[in-house]
Design a protein around this ligand. Structure first.
Ligand code: KG4
Ligand code: ZN
Length: 334
């Protein structure tokens, strides 16, 4: 099967074709980051308007560079939520209209299911069952995954998501939104031990997270040290201290989730899984207890359509498809 995938839940318009016979994917992506940067965050109405402009040109660009034509497509998967509802509706409407025109089935995909299955696009892929750590701008969750659609939430954030804490700390350091990757770059030259950042919730039982205290600690420290006037080395030290505290907390919770479930396989996905130190530390710490970690390639950590095409292929292969009703959701538990 050749499945077309669309992603438009936030500020990336993306389209991909997954070929299940070859296990290969081709994709195109347009990021709206520059459009929203001047506002310090994503402006939903601007995001929707831009998705409308980009869907067709991106699809054309993908077809032009790929070995496939529209006639080859057997089905379409698209993000049906959670996300910015207007943005989701644009991609969903485009995808469903195209499916109707091509007389192929379509299926609405949960954006986080896409992230969760993204490591399965790699040659060295995990097999079920596994524990998934989903860490993005809107989610920090630990999920036990037994099969496609068999998901059990074992840990969630009580307040901010991991990516949100990265972005807010980055903003206090004067970095442009979304600042996670830029903060990680500063951290490379920093001393993580100079400031004593808290490791939230590690002494509390269970697998839940809370990052608002860590975020507030960063904000207060940065304000105390002089805000925008902080010298370059101190900025790097703050970034390194924050990043290390975040990683330590995520590693401890993942170790706990594996112990609790008796599983040895961990999958990490979502935008924050692009963090190289997180990947390295998690690999090293879990290997010490016999665990193995799987990640998507870097370009499939953040939002993309390859993961949606793949999830669509899995669901369509099981006989699932859209009915007459049209359902998109801003909020949607996995
Ligand atoms: O999955 P994603 O692209 O969008 C959502 O569904 O939210 O995740 C975006 C988040 C942002 O908070 C961004 O700052 C963070 O992922 N992020 C990173 C890195 N790259 C992206 N955080 C830490 N280190 C990175 N290298
Ligand atoms: Zn995402």
């Amino acid at each position: 099967m050749k499945i077309l995938g669309f992603e438009s839940s936030c500020d990336e318009t993306a389209v991909a074709i997954y070929d299940s016979q070859l296990g290969q994917v081709e994709h195109e992506l347009y990021s709206q980051v520059a459009l929203h940067a001047q506002y310090g965050g994503v402006v939903p109405e601007l995001a929707s308007r831009d998705h409308i402009k980009k869907c067709l040109p991106l699809l054309r660009a993908l077809l032009a560079k790929s070995r496939y034509q529209l006639d080859d497509i057997d089905g379409i998967g698209y993000t049906a939520g959670p996300g910015l509802l207007g943005a989701v509706l644009v991609g969903a409407t485009f995808a469903r209209s195209l499916a109707l025109a091509l007389s192929v089935p379509s299926i609405g995909i949960h954006h986080m299911e896409g992230h969760l299955l993204a490591p399965m696009l790699e040659p060295d892929k995990p097999s079920f069952p596994f524990v998934a750590l989903l860490v993005s701008g809107g989610h920090s969750q630990l999920i036990r995954v037994d099969d496609i659609g068999k998901y059990q939430l074992i840990g969630d954030t009580l307040d901010d998501a991991a990516g949100e804490a990265f972005d807010k700390t980055a903003k206090c350091l004067g970095l442009a939104y979304p600042g996670g990757a830029a903060l990680a770059k500063l951290a490379v030259s920093g001393d993580p031990t100079r400031f004593d950042f808290p490791r939230p919730m590690i002494n509390r039982q269970g697998c839940d997270f809370s990052f608002s205290g860590l975020k507030t600690f960063s904000a207060q420290l940065i304000a105390k040290l002089g805000g925008a006037d902080i010298d370059a080395q101190t900025r790097c030290d703050i970034a390194a201290g924050f990043e290390t505290a975040m990683i330590d907390t995520l590693v401890i919770k993942c170790q706990r989730a594996l112990q609790q479930t008796g599983l040895q396989t961990l999958v990490i996905s979502g935008g924050v899984s692009a963090n190289l130190r997180l990947r390295e530390q998690m690999q090293q710490k879990l290997a010490e207890q016999g665990g193995k970690v799987y990640y998507p390639r870097l370009e499939f950590c953040t939002d993309n359509a390859a993961m949606i095409a793949f999830a669509g292929a899995c669901r369509l292969a099981r006989g699932e498809r859209d009915g007459e009703e049209f359902t998109c959701r801003a909020r949607w538990p996995l």
